[in-house]
Each structure stands twice: as C-alpha cells, then as structure tokens.
Design a protein around this ligand. Structure first.
Ligand code: ZN
Length: 341
C-alpha cells in the first residue's frame, strides 16, 4: 500500500550531460555515450532502490528530452532543419523538428533500454512515453496540417512501441500529457481518443501524467497567472475517469489545485504529486506525509501512489535525490500510521 514512484525523469550526471538544463547537450559521443547512458541508468536505479522507491524509472537518462527522445526513432520527421516554435499556447519557445511526411515507427525506439532496465532491477518498473497531444504540441508540422490527424498518427506509433515495452518487461507504461492542462477543448474532442489508441491492448498498467510543467521560469511565471485556485484538472479528470487508462499522475505539492478535485478520479489509481519540482528546498518527510493524508480524504489509500509533481530533469542533482528520499520516508510514515508499515 502507498507504493512510491516518480513522475519520470531525474537529473543526469554532469559527466553525461550539461546539468540543470532542459535539452542539455550530451558530453559524450558514439559508443562512449551509449555506455555512459547505461551507467547512468544503473546508478539511478540503485539510488531509487536505496531511497526506498517501489516502482522505479530509468530517470529518462537515455533521452535528450521527454518528447524528442521518442521522436528521433520515427520516420517522417526532419531533425536536421529544426524550427523555433511557441509551445503550450506559446508559453515558451522550443527548437522543434518538422513533420515532413507520414509518421512511421519503423523499428523499436526504446527496446534496448527497457530490456537493460528489466535485467538490472527486481522492482516494478515504469516506462514513460510522451502522449500524442503533447507530441503534436512540441513540433512543427508541414504534412498533416491537422492536430487531430497528426495525434492519431503518433498514437499508432506509440501503441506499437508500448506493446514492445510491455513485452520487454514494463509493469507500468505512462504517457506524459502536460498539454492536457493547456487545451481542454482538444482533450474532449480528440485527446482522450488518441491517448486510448496509444494504450490500446496493453495488459500492463497504463498511466497518464498531467501537470503544470517542469520548474523552469516560463512555467513558474505561467502559474502566477492561474489565480488562487487551479481548476484545469476539473475539465480533464471526469473524462479520464471514464477512460480506459488505469492511473493518473498529477501535481499536488505546493500547487493551488483544490485537493477535492481528486474525487473526480473515482476508480482510478492516483499518483499524487507530493514533491514540488519548482522550489529550492527538499520537503521534509512530514510534509510529504501531510500531502498523502490530505489526498486520502478523497482517494482510498489502496488507490494512492505517492509520487513527484513532475519530472526532475532540470533540477540540481543533490536536491533532487534529497527530495526522492523524503518522498519514500513520507510514504513510510503514513503506511506506519495505517498499520501497513
Ligand atoms: Zn510533468
């Protein structure tokens, strides 16, 4: 009960990539880079296990960015001539690849990564993929010229990848959809359909992560415009409650999300964000426990999984690991209170 997990990413070691940055440049090349990624995955599995995280991730150590890491493996995209675009309703600029033809997955993208991970931990493993809407929102498109059609093309590719990841040993496959908090109309019109297509036929647990973004300045500034109560989840949760997705990973720590909105996810597992990814101090275990207890008023404990608000890729590594340790300790406090320690 109250098994802990992470939204997904962890900081990469400074010898592998430039620290405290999104889209950080690799510091190794060729075979050294391939071997370095594997070493980084091993180190981060071990540290999660030692901290007491129950459902571990590879920390996204092998990918340049949570969206582009999957896209580089697909045909139909031009990464040579990237274009600067405004993403998440123009909240910030990003260098984006361009869709120039039919999107196709011609071979497994993360197959080696899941097998390596499965071979090196006995814990349950979660593997993350970008969700179809978030992919569409993170690239330029000269071919489909229609976000829904493009999302469904990516959903096909994601589904093929997810089936391979399941066969490779993933216990949970999570689709990251931060864009769901930005485009509620599109979520209703085609976002859930595309997400369910990506997860179709999977027998492992399926999850979707919806958050208010990494702790980067553009997101912190955006959050200041959202008012005293953040109610974006109110649009999306009822739709997800009716969907076939098993788990919803969301942001609760230090956010202005009214906690009672969790009650809209009846029947689903809730990965409750109990670790802030946008501040400079590690939570105390007691602070983590307080978030879990407040979530338990709206979600039965057997459906609750203490988690981080979002990925920690751009965070200072020492801080990130102190937060991971606090997460596991906070969950242990509440388990003890419930007599499940
Ligand atoms: Zn997130």
């Amino acid at each position: 009960m109250l098994e802990t997990t992470l939204a997904g990413s962890l900081p990469k070691p400074a010898w592998l990539a430039e620290p405290e940055k999104l889209w950080a440049a690799w510091r190794l090349e060729g075979p050294l880079l391939a071997e370095g990624k594997r070493d980084a995955v091993l180190a981060c599995l071990k540290r999660q296990e030692d901290a007491g995280i129950d459902i571990v991730t590879d920390g996204e150590q092998s990918r340049h960015h949570f969206v582009h890491g999957f896209l580089v493996g697909l045909a139909g995209l031009d990464f040579e001539h990237q274009r600067t675009i405004g993403i998440r309703k123009d909240r910030y600029k990003a260098e984006a690849p361009v869709v120039t033809g039919a999107v196709k997955r011609t071979k497994p993208v993360h197959g080696d990564e899941i097998r390596f991970m499965r071979a090196h931990t006995k814990r349950q493993v979660k593997f993350t993929l970008p969700g179809p809407m978030t992919i569409v929102d993170t690239l330029a498109d000269d071919h489909y010229k229609n976000r829904e059609k493009l999302a469904l093309a990516f959903a096909e590719a994601l589904n093929a990848e997810a089936r391979d990841l399941e066969a490779g040993g993933a216990d949970v496959i999570q689709f990251d959809e931060p864009a769901f908090n930005v485009y509620p109309d599109e979520v209703r019109d085609w976002g859930i359909t595309a997400l369910e297509r990506a997860a179709e036929g999977l027998r492992c647990k399926t999850a979707v992560h919806i958050c208010y973004g990494y702790g980067i300045p553009a997101n912190v500034a955006w959050k200041r415009t959202l008012g005293s109560q953040w109610r974006q989840y109110e649009d999306v949760f009822p739709l997800l409650a009716k969907s076939k997705i098993n788990q919803v990973s969301l942001e609760c720590a230090n956010s202005k999300v009214p906690i009672e909105l969790l009650g809209l996810l009846k029947g689903k597992d809730v990965l409750v964000g109990a670790i802030d990814v946008a501040n400079e101090t590690a939570e105390t275990p007691e602070q983590v426990a307080a978030v879990i207890r407040s979530a338990m008023k709206h979600v039965p404990a057997e459906h609750l999984y203490p988690c981080t608000n979002c990925g920690m890729a751009p965070m200072e590594a020492g801080l990130a690991w102190r937060k991971v340790e606090a997460l596991a300790k906070g969950a242990a406090i509440v388990r003890q209170e419930l007599g499940k320690g």
